[in-house]
Design a protein around this ligand. Structure first.
Ligand code: GTP
Ligand code: MG
Length: 552
């Protein structure tokens, strides 16, 4: 058992760790508490980043002797932790106790020689290991356990869901099955750290940090990896001397606006990723979007990466979601299940369009939880009221202050079960007056809509923005109808284990199980709708490409 990023729950998975090493849950980075105090989001992030710095990725043969490999690597230093996984090829993730061990490995190995091809030399932390033994000897090696990095098939989960004792249990089973694993989180931090190595070639001192669902505690296996290139420490004026007869400054490149600066920085990084980044393929520069970004695939990990810069508010939104997810054990399973329900019915999509984004949907769940009596989670204004002086933060003129110390937040007195909450969620939004009201998690109250938009959800930090501006009226109608139908369906089929899908299982299957033809039609309609949405979004952005939240 181990503690996941941001999760206060204990999950029952058995990570394969080397015999002589400490099990994963004993390493400091996997813990979310120090004594009786829960660690802050920044503390967990910093520990994970430091751990990633001591880690390397090795492409190794499918059949490999684990003991021999560890012994071989131990000549460079103590291997603290390791695990294996397979994407298009098998890999080992090796964490050393000491970062110096990596330099020792790098000094002892060579770059490959290709007869008919050229190569760009780069001493990265991704290596290839081959066996010196003839293939027939190597083939006799015992196979190692490869940790799954992708989600299990929904069909495989169905029997488990149907066999659960209650709907609350179903929500927990779904969360356990689809959430990010400890190994997947480690891999995400490692990829950020590897991209940082590359970015440092241009910007020494930069930091690449994960944000979004990789770290907000609501991530599903297979979700994209959102990265943020942090150049703040380079730009800061450390120890500036204010005395003496002179003032000494760096000569820096001046550009018309901060946006142009972000575009130039990302363009430079895209260039180096594309031309020299080991394992980085399919680099796309989407620099004209409201939030400029570089998209690429990181082949060794299989992650689809979105790299942004100057996007500090998204980092704070991530921390806020993480904080809400940690406050009460019901928040994560509820958000998780609603996200899965929405994705199963085409309410959300990773393609930009008229649908609700996962971010907006999560805020809808949080708002609903604030409206329960007694409330299950506090409002953002209450979290601001609890903030310590060091939590004070204003970014681009927006107040992003809220408490980081989780121990200061009183637990709720609300004891409603997840069964009740899920049904109530659907009923709440099935009859919510979207025409009149905007959702505001800062106040925990609906407010008169400040502007015409089908769905208005106030951005928690940029108060004049609507995080769901992209959602059209017909799409919102679809959401409302589905919520009403789901409330009905879930009450109808809540009667416990049977051979027919019930509760959450029925909800996730929805109309699909009842009518196979309808499934084909729904899929076709969804595909057409997705293509239309994609075309619309390209049109409205002058064919420049767009990020899901760039429409606000
Ligand atoms: P996935 O769909 O699993 O990737 O969820 P996600 O939460 O990672 O969403 P996404 O990759 O679209 O966005 C990454 C992060 O950017 C979110 O977690 C938010 O912090 C932020 N973000 C996304 N959409 C919006 C938006 O509409 N407004 C603002 N202010 N921030 C957003
Ligand atoms: Mg994401």
């Amino acid at each position: 058992a181990e503690v996941r990023f941001g999760s206060t729950e204990v999950a029952a998975v058995a990570p394969v760790v080397g015999e002589q090493q400490a099990p994963v849950h004993e390493t400091p980075a996997a813990d979310t508490v120090i004594g009786l105090r829960k660690k802050t989001f920044s503390e967990i992030l910093a520990e994970r980043q430091e751990q990633a710095k001591r880690t390397v990725l090795i492409n190794c043969p499918l059949e490999i002797n684990e003991k021999k490999l560890l012994k071989y690597l131990s000549t460079h230093g103590n291997v603290k932790n390791h695990f294996f996984y397979k994407t298009h090829a098998p890999y080992a993730v090796i964490e050393f106790s000491d970062a110096d061990s990596i330099a020792s490995v790098q000094d002892s190995i060579h770059t490959p020689h290709f007869e008919h091809e050229g190569f760009v030399p780069f001493k990265s932390r991704i290596f290839t290991l081959t066996s010196r033994n003839p293939p027939n000897v190597a083939a006799q090696e015992p196979s190692v356990h490869h940790h799954a990095q992708t989600i299990m098939r929904f069909g495989d989960l169905m029997p488990k869901l149907c066999g659960a004792n209650s709907m609350s249990d179903q929500l927990h089973i779904l969360t356990e099955a689809f959430q990010l694993t400890e190994e997947n989180i480690r891999l995400r931090f490692l990829v950020c750290s590897l991209v940082q190595d590359i970015a440092e070639a241009y910007f020494p001192g930069c930091v690449v940090k994960p944000f979004g669902s990789s770290v907000n505690s609501f991530g599903k296996l297979g979700c994209d990896l959102d990265m943020f290139l942090d150049l703040d420490d380079i730009g800061k004026n450390f120890g500036r001397r204010k005395t003496g007869p002179f003032n000494l400054e760096y000569l820096i490149k001046r550009v018309p606006t901060q946006r142009v600066a972000t575009q130039r920085i990302l363009s430079a990084i895209a260039e180096v990723l594309d031309n020299c980044g080991p394992g980085c393929v399919g680099v796309q520069r989407i620099l004209q979007a409201r939030c400029p970004l570089v998209k690429f695939s990181h082949q060794p990990s299989g992650f689809q990466c979105d790299l942004t810069a100057n996007n500090r508010i998204a980092l704070k939104s991530t921390e806020l979601l993480y904080l809400y997810g940690s406050l009460d054990p019901r928040v994560r399973p509820l958000v998780f299940s609603v996200r899965c329900w929405a994705s199963a019915h085409g309410i959300t999509s990773s393609i930009p369009g008229h649908w609700i984004t996962n971010f907006a949907l999560t805020i809808m769940v949080l708002f609903f939880l604030q409206k329960r009596k007694p409330c299950i989670i506090p409002t953002l204004d209450q979290l601001k009221g609890l903030a310590d002086p060091e939590d004070k933060l204003t970014t681009e003129g927006h107040d992003c202050t809220f408490v980081s110390n989780l121990n200061k937040i009183e637990p709720t007195r609300n004891t409603e079960t997840l069964d009740v909450l899920l049904v109530e969620f659907f009923q709440f939004y099935g009859k919510f007056d979207f025409k009149k009201y905007s959702l505001n998690i800062r106040k925990g109250k609906e407010q008169l809509k400040p502007e015409a938009a089908a769905l208005h959800i106030q951005n928690p930090f940029e108060k004049n923005l609507n995080v769901s501006k992209n959602v059209t009226a017909p799409f919102l109608d679809k959401f409302v109808t589905l919520a009403q139908e789901s409330a009905w369906l879930v009450q109808e089929k809540q009667n416990g284990p049977s051979s027919m899908p019930w509760g959450l299982a029925a909800l996730l299957q929805g109309p699909v199980a009842q009518n196979a033809n309808r499934k084909v039609k729904v899929n076709r309609a969804q595909t057409i709708q997705q293509i239309r949405g994609l075309l619309d979004s390209l049109k409205s952005n002058g064919l420049k490409g767009e990020r899901s939240y760039s429409t606000q």
